[in-house]
Structure formats: structure tokens, C-alpha cells
Design a binder for this molecule. Structure first.
Ligand code: ARG
Ligand code: MN
Ligand code: MN
Length: 321
């Protein structure tokens, strides 16, 4: 029972500063000692430097392009160089942790960092399935994205859907792109772009929207999602959970970059990870997209950070009784 907390204070996968402060705020909230109390021996793993990346991003924004680059063939990907560099650093840190047999808890940062975390976990557990908790599917390709924000694209990179597109940024070619569409299931979806809907459908990807949560209840949805990623073994097998806090309703987690109403209640959101912990099959966790700067009251900051920490604690075995 050894884990490492990997800070991934990166905000270049989207346009709002502040999400890089997520890891620091969660650690300041006492996350590490709370995980120790659960019986884990913990270590902190540094990756990219928060201040260094903020400086780079600010420079990039002052430059004439504003970080937005339209590449060959009308392909869009903002700040691709920086996203490539940062996600590869995250990949190396998480690789070191998983290869040492430790459980990686990665704190974002925006969701582009999952290109690094999931790739590293798949190296160690090639049969792992991914549960992606999110209001969004983050499966836009560099062709389908409207925003050009790469935090809306990590899943397409993990599946290798961009590498053959002319104009695919060199900086992102390090991503192995070996996640099978059969090995991911989404929970909490409610804001999917038209291009993403088509990809989900064409590739037959398991996706449980808020409609399914309302229809079947969260327990049945988690069960179905686990069976979808491990069909041969009735849901048993290694699971990585990449948790975007905007999966939970902004009533509970307001300080996030792309809030969408009508989401999981805080209890439903915690149930998902409580249930995953109970299976004993969870091998890695990301908690991403907490942005304390987007709060309009102090209480929004503490609600968001305490909920983000609760997600991590529940995933690592904290129970109500
Ligand atoms: N689908 C939108 C886009 O491509 C929003 C993505 C939001 N992603 C996130 N990780 N919060 O820009
Ligand atoms: Mn999201
Ligand atoms: Mn996301």
C-alpha cells in the first residue's frame, strides 16, 4: 500500500490560468496526511514546475498568435508544443511511480495531462480499462475540435486517432496511442460536441451520460461500466480512473473551467470512487480541472478543493462507516 502523489500543475491544454494551482491547493488542504491516515505510505513526486510553465504560457499569450496555431489542412491545436512537453513529463513521472509498484495519484492541472498518466499506466498494465468521469468526452481530434483546446482531445490521442492526420503536431507524437476503444467507459457525460458524438458512435465506445445515471442509478452504471471495460471477466481486472471534477455538478464543484449544470451529485460522484476502491481493482487515479481562480467566493474555493480531495480519499479507501 504505497502511493505517490504526482503534481501536474499544467494549464496549457485550455485557455484559463489558475487550473495549475489545483495540486498546490489540494496538498495545502492536507491531502497527503489524510491519505497516510488511510494506511498508505505516501511520497510526493514533482513533475513540471508550476511557475516555469506559467511564465512560458504568459509569454506565448503575449506573442501575436495568442498560442493558437492553425496547422496544415486547417488542423487546430492550441499550444501543442507546450502540451506535448508537459504531458511527456507527466508520462515520465507516472511511469517511474507505476514501474516501482506504487499507486499513482495525479493531481491536475487540466485534463490534457491524462495523455501522460493513462499512457504510463497502460505500459505497466496493458489489460487495464479506463473509467473517464467527466461532463465531456474529451475525444475531439485535432480536426473535430472547435475550441482548439487540447484538454478536449486527450482521449483521441490516447487512441491514436490523430497520428495519421496531416499536420498532427510533432510534439504530441510521443503519445503511444494504444488505448483500445473497447477499454474505456465514460460516466457523467452531458456536453458532447457533434464530432465527438460521431466518434463515440462509430467506434462503439461505452458511454454513460447523465440520462443513464438517472435511468439506472449510479450503482448500476458503475457496474455496467466495469463490465464494459472487462467483458470477459465480468468486470474484474485493473482499472484506471481519470476523474475530471466537472463530472460533478457545479453546485458542489463550482471552481472549474468548463462547468455544465445537471451533473452528478457530490454523493454520486464520491460513490463512483468508493465503489472502485471496494473492488480492489483500482490501479491509478487522476483528479483534474480544479481551478481555484474561477471561484467568485471563498466558499467556492473550499467546496471545490475539499471535494477534489474527497474524491482522492474515497478512491483510496475512505469509507463512511
Ligand atoms: N468539448 C469542449 C472542447 O473540445 C470542452 C472540453 C472540456 N474538457 C475538459 N477537460 N474540461 O473544447
Ligand atoms: Mn470536463
Ligand atoms: Mn475532462
Amino acid at each position: 500500500r504505497e502511493l505517490s502523489i504526482i503534481s501536474a500543475p499544467f494549464s496549457g491544454g485550455q485557455g484559463k490560468f489558475g487550473v495549475e494551482k489545483g495540486p498546490r491547493y489540494m496538498l495545502k488542504h492536507g491531502l497527503q496526511s489524510r491519505l497516510e491516515e488511510l494506511g498508505w505510505s505516501t511520497e510526493l513526486e514533482a513533475t513540471l514546475d508550476e511557475a516555469e510553465f506559467v511564465t512560458k504560457l504568459k509569454k506565448e499569450k503575449e506573442s501575436s498568435t495568442g498560442g493558437s496555431s492553425v496547422l496544415d489542412g486547417g488542423v487546430k491545436a492550441k499550444r501543442a508544443d507546450m502540451v506535448g512537453e508537459a504531458t511527456e513529463m507527466v508520462y515520465k513521472s507516472v511511469s517511474k511511480v507505476v514501474q516501482a509498484g506504487r499507486f499513482p495519484v495525479t493531481l491536475g492541472g487540466d485534463h490534457s495531462v491524462a495523455m501522460g498518466t493513462v499512457s504510463a499506466v497502460l505500459d505497466k498494465f496493458p489489460e487495464a480499462g479506463v473509467l473517464w468521469i467527466d461532463a465531456h468526452a474529451d475525444i475531439n481530434t485535432i480536426e473535430t475540435t472547435d475550441s482548439g483546446n487540447l484538454h478536449g482531445c486527450p482521449v483521441s490521442f490516447l487512441m491514436g486517432l490523430n497520428q495519421d492526420i496531416p499536420g498532427c503536431p510533432e510534439s504530441l507524437k510521443w503519445v503511444p496511442g494504444n488505448l483500445s476503444p473497447k477499454k474505456i467507459a465514460f460516466i457523467g457525460l452531458r456536453d458532447i460536441d457533434a464530432g465527438e458524438k460521431k466518434i463515440l458512435k462509430d467506434l462503439g465506445i461505452s458511454a454513460f451520460s447523465m440520462y443513464h445515471v438517472d435511468k439506472y442509478g449510479i450503482n448500476a452504471v458503475v457496474e455496467m461500466a466495469m463490465k464494459a471495460i472487462h467483458p470477459e471477466t465480468n468486470g474484474e481486472g485493473p482499472i484506471m480512473c481519470s476523474y475530471d471534477v466537472d463530472g460533478v455538478d457545479p453546485l458542489y464543484i463550482p471552481a472549474t473551467g468548463t462547468p455544465v449544470r445537471g451533473g452528478l451529485t457530490l454523493r454520486e460522484g464520491l460513490f463512483v470512487v468508493e465503489r472502485l476502491a471496494e473492488t480492489g481493482n483500482l490501479v491509478a487515479l487522476d483528479v483534474v480541472e480544479c481551478n481555484p481562480d474561477l471561484a467568485i467566493h471563498d466558499i467556492h474555493v473550499s467546496n471545490t478543493i475539499s471535494a477534489g480531495c474527497a474524491i482522492a480519499r474515497c478512491a483510496l479507501g475512505e469509507t463512511l462507516l
